[in-house]
Design a binder for this molecule. Structure first.
Ligand SMILES: Cc1cc2nc3c(=O)[nH]c(=O)nc-3n(C[C@H](O)[C@H](O)[C@H](O)COP(=O)(O)O)c2cc1C
Length: 152
């Protein structure tokens, strides 16, 4: 079954809530498997097995937090092997400006692998509001639908 992997880091729980909402949205689409992992637990093997990879991090100094960056840097070992997969990005941040830069960094990392990032990604300001949770669910559904159209 086509699989979506959502990998996130979260210290105070905000990005985790976004990851869970994106997973919930994606699970609404039949015939798609959804796996959620913390960045500290994710491996290159997980990246290889997934058909879509969605990365989420709190914005730290306008950038992804280091556990996410560690996973990204270590993915050099599978460079060239993730080409053609779908991707997605999300962040929780104090300011929209910082979040945009963080999202850009996550997107750039996926694009450097030849992964096609769907849409603009999602930003939540600190703890996601109900509206931001809905946006996360919608983003998950959107990526799952795109994957189903490609692989289903
Ligand atoms: C070390 C650190 C650095 C941060 N740097 C930024 C920043 O550059 N810009 C910003 O808007 N928010 C920044 N924040 C705020 C976090 O992005 C925000 O609190 C986020 O919701 C935390 O997500 P989490 O609950 O998933 O850990 C920073 C927070 C910490 C702890």
């Amino acid at each position: 079954m086509p699989t979506i992997l959502i990998v996130y880091y979260s210290k105070t729980g905000n990005t985790k809530k976004m990851a869970e909402a994106i997973a919930q949205g994606a699970k609404e689409i039949e015939g798609i498997d959804v796996i959620v992992k913390r960045a500290e637990e994710a491996t290159n093997d997980d990246l290889l097995k997934a058909d879509a990879i969605i990365l989420g991090s709190p914005t730290y100094f306008r950038l992804p937090a280091w556990p996410l960056k560690k996973l990204i840097d270590e993915s050099i070992e599978v460079y060239g092997k993730l080409r053609g997969k779908l991707g997605g990005v999300f962040t929780s941040t104090a300011t929209h400006y910082g979040g945009e830069i963080c999202l850009r960094a996550l997107r750039d990392a996926l694009e450097e692998h030849g992964i096609t990032v769907v849409g603009e990604g999602v930003i939540a300001i600190e703890e996601p509001s109900e509206e931001e949770i809905e946006t996360c669910k919608h983003y998950g559904r959107m990526i799952a639908e795109r994957l189903k159209n490609l692989k289903g």
